[in-house]
Design a protein around this ligand. Structure first.
Ligand code: ZN
Ligand code: ZN
Length: 237
């Protein structure tokens, strides 16, 4: 599996918003600006066939209307969106706001499938969706991919909760929220990552959704099993 960290920053930084590209056609989250992030990396958004959404904050799904429009103009019209069940309504709402006429046409012209199950397969990956704790935003999910004998996790936005510990105990690599210096009821912080990385020492943690100060401190700490990536960082797992 190839994982590219498309975005590593929180909303309030110059970095792209947190999102990941797997094997050139699977995106985890599709934030504000995602189409531009992909173009800047010489990827046409229409080459993405699968989008897994963690939750419905704008910095995780607001570019989907542009993606659907782009797909409708491309030869590859397959769109597979994995999310919680209110996703279809939310995406149609922002799509109709963004393009009152052409979004309806684009939705008709493309082959959009929604999948709400907690366990599913994409190509050879077995994927499970797990509830995490992102304060008042409910539901919020993380995902674990099983790739042969390896497990690769993505926490999405979350505070430290039992399913994050489960992911850390199970995964070889965990791509995770570490927005703040100190964790809150909505996002993890460096204190949470120090705890997780020492308790689950065989897991490699790749942090994202970073504030600038958090990035600076984490870089100085240089913790053995924590990677602090820049936008577009690639990891072959
Ligand atoms: Zn959020
Ligand atoms: Zn967020």
């Amino acid at each position: 599996m190839k994982v590219q960290v498309i975005g590593t920053g929180s909303m309030w930084t110059k970095c792209n918003s947190a999102s990941y590209l797997i094997d050139n056609d699977i995106m985890i989250d599709f934030p504000n600006g995602a189409c531009k992030y992909l173009y800047r990396n010489n990827i046409n958004p229409s080459s993405i066939d699968y989008i897994l959404l963690t939750h419905f904050h704008g910095d995780h799904y607001f570019d989907i209307p542009f993606y659907i429009l782009n797909k409708s103009k491309s030869d590859n019209k397959n769109i597979n969106i994995f999310c919680s069940k209110e996703g279809r309504g939310k995406i149609n709402k922002i799509g109709n706001l963004a393009f009152p006429n052409s979004f309806k046409d684009a939705s008709r012209e493309t082959n959009i499938k929604y999948e709400f199950n907690n366990n599913f397969k994409i190509k050879d990956y077995e994927i499970s969706k797990l509830l995490v704790d992102h304060g008042r935003m409910k539901p919020a999910y993380g995902y674990i991919f099983k790739d042969n004998d390896k497990y690769i996790g993505f926490t999405g936005d979350t505070s430290l909760c039992s399913n994050v510990e489960y992911m850390a105990s199970k995964c070889n690599y965990l791509f995770c929220d570490c927005m703040f210096v100190k964790g809150t009821s909505k996002h993890m912080g460096i204190d949470n990552l120090e705890y997780l990385s020492s308790k689950y020492s065989s897991c490699i943690f790749v942090v994202s959704h970073l504030e600038d100060e958090t990035r600076e401190i984490l870089n100085k700490k240089n913790i053995k099993n924590i990677i602090v990536p820049d936008d577009y960082y690639v990891l072959e797992v």
